[in-house]
Design a protein around this ligand. Structure first.
Ligand code: NAD
Ligand code: UGA
Length: 480
């Protein structure tokens, strides 16, 4: 095997939650490599280039420091896609792959239009030999499609005398396992890096990049299909644990057991392990549901209907958990929330991120709005415009809410603190586990609420003794 020629220039197509942080860490750890992250979304690129590092488009602890160190040195954000591809030895495809909303496979299959478009851009603009790396999460065997698109362009661009080689490509799969909120720590200290491919020279060229900071035994090499499928499988297993513990949480509530104690008891079994056993309002985020639905679709495609049904049940249990929480809030508030003010504490799908994609708060808030509730929503990182988009309903100004309450129509408005949200509320719902909710002054909050008032702690983060000492009634997920 010949030694790979070192990668000197990288282009990453897609400046999202994965492309931005991943490339920032690569640039930080590999100062000799020039990294350009490109995106069609000019607003997003402008935000990545904002001199004020607190305004980057992705909120991740530690990201501002990494970007601050590298931006302008060997990390660049640009809308100029073509020159960045042309200059690159290696191109990461890190575009979105959401669930299809129409056509064949709607509601299950991944929409591959962005991955196809970016592969076509690489085919058109690349020069010489280019390593093309699938960073996006993709259905197993997508590399075949990427390869077919690139092969059609192979050889193009060779000059007449044949002295300079024309275009050629090696396709690799290198899925990303970072979790939002801990992206920088996950990237700097990954459990493993996975590289799938057929071309050993290309595999080693990519492995050499990670070897700048990842131990050799943590860089795994597989064939293309195993790599693509490992990513879907990892997310399916993680999500399955959450649905499993949430199913047991409901059972605990019915029987007087406590899910936190059960989780501790089973988590000490080294075969089970303690992580990912936190009961809550169901998993959110852009990927778990989409990736499992994709797995379900692929299993169906290959005629594995029982396997498809098994994974579908993980998603179904998750939706059930979210509706269950909305229903129990209504039941405890004397069977009606119409016209009642409810404080919603946390809207992001998990703490330490501003991402609201598939956040459990969306479904729970929608159910409560449907019941006629007046929601006051506070999240330390999510803006009102994002909440309005997610709920599909404009924010109602405070002065109009009295009238709206009488009409029985649900409405919402943003609050700038937990205390503002709790003013005159019948209940506070904790839907995201932000650290500040563990330290709330419940005496002060209770003083502003309408009694008898409830706290519904869907994340089990509030100080239960302090909540009760403040005279508030408490429902905590998984507590019987
Ligand atoms: P995202 O929507 O935040 O970012 C994708 C970006 O790609 C967008 O800004 C979009 O404008 C851009 N884009 C799309 N087509 C383009 C094109 N042809 N040229 C230039 N730019 C283009 O998505 P994300 O959260 O970063 O996820 C990207 C992929 O990574 C998905 O497949 C996802 O499943 C996977 N993934 C995500 C996470 C996560 O935590 N969000 C973690 C692991 C893997
Ligand atoms: C998840 C995976 O953890 C990453 O490895 C993967 O790369 C990523 O999906 C992806 O492919 O997008 P992420 O969705 O960012 O990462 O965040 P997680 O920490 O996995 O949380 C997902 C959801 O599960 C959140 O709503 C979280 O609150 C919930 N969760 C997590 C629980 O309810 N209980 C737990 O014990 C853990």
């Amino acid at each position: 095997m010949s030694h790979p020629s070192p990668v000197r220039t990288i282009c990453c197509i897609g400046a999202g939650y994965v492309g931005g942080p991943t490339m920032a860490v690569i640039a930080d750890r590999c100062p000799e490599i020039q990294v350009t992250v490109v995106d069609l979304n000019a607003e997003r690129i402008a935000a990545w280039n904002d001199p004020d590092l607190s305004r980057l488009p992705v909120y991740e602890p530690g990201l501002d420091a990494v970007v601050g160190r590298c931006r302008g040195r060997n990390l660049h954000f640009s809308t100029a896609v073509e020159p960045a591809i042309a200059a690159a030895d290696l191109v990461f495809l890190s575009v979105n792959t959401p669930t299809k909303t129409k056509g064949v496979g709607a509601g299950q299959a991944s929409d591959l239009r962005w991955i196809e478009a970016s592969a076509r851009q690489v085919a058109a603009c690349s020069q010489g030999h280019t390593i093309v790396v699938e960073k996006s999460t993709l259905p197993v065997r997508t590399a075949e499609t990427v390869q077919a698109i690139l092969t059609a362009a192979q050889g193009e661009g060779a000059p007449g005398d044949g002295s300079t080689p024309g275009k050629s490509f090696s396709v690799l799969s290198n899925p990303e396992f970072l979790a939002e909120g801990t992206a920088i720590a996950d990237l700097e200290n990954p459990d493993r890096v996975l590289i799938g491919g057929e071309d050993p020279v290309a595999i080693e060229a990519l492995a050499d990049i990670y070897a700048h900071w990842v131990a050799p035994e943590q860089i795994l090499r597989t064939n293309l299909w195993s790599s693509e499928l490992s990513k879907l499988t990892a997310n399916a297993f993680l999500a399955q644990r959450i649905s499993s513990i949430n199913s047991i949480a409901a059972f605990c509530e019915a029987t007087g057991a406590d899910v936190q104690e059960v989780a501790r008891a089973i988590g000490t079994d080294s075969r089970i392990g303690p992580k990912f056993l936190k009961a809550g309002p169901g998993f959110g985020g852009s990927c778990f549901q989409k990736d499992i639905l994709n797995l379900v679709y692929l299993c169906g495609h290959y005629g594995l209907h029982e396997v498809a049904a098994y994974w579908q049940s993980v998603v179904d249990l998750n939706s059930w958990q979210q509706h269950r929480i909305a229903r129990l809030v209504v039941r405890r508030l004397f069977g009606t929330v119409t016209g009642k003010r409810l404080a919603v504490l946390g809207f992001a799908f998990k703490a330490d991120t501003n991402d609201t994609r598939e956040a459990p708060a969306i479904r729970i808030c929608r159910d409560l709005l449907e019941e006629g509730a007046q929601l006051a929503i506070y999240d330390p990182k999510v803006c009102a415009a994002q909440i309005a988009r997610d709920l599909g309903q404009a924010e109602l100004p405070a002065e109009a809410s009295e009238r709206q309450a009488l009409s029985g129509e649900g409405s919402w408005r943003a609050a700038s603190s937990a205390f503002e949200a709790g003013a005159a509320a019948d209940a506070a719902l904790i839907l995201t586990e932000w650290g500040e909710f563990a330290q709330l002054d419940w005496q002060a909050l209770a003083a502003g609420m309408r009694q008898p008032a409830w706290v519904f702690d869907a994340r089990a983060v509030a100080d239960a003794a302090a909540v009760r000492a403040a005279g508030l009634q408490l429902w905590r997920v998984g507590e019987g």
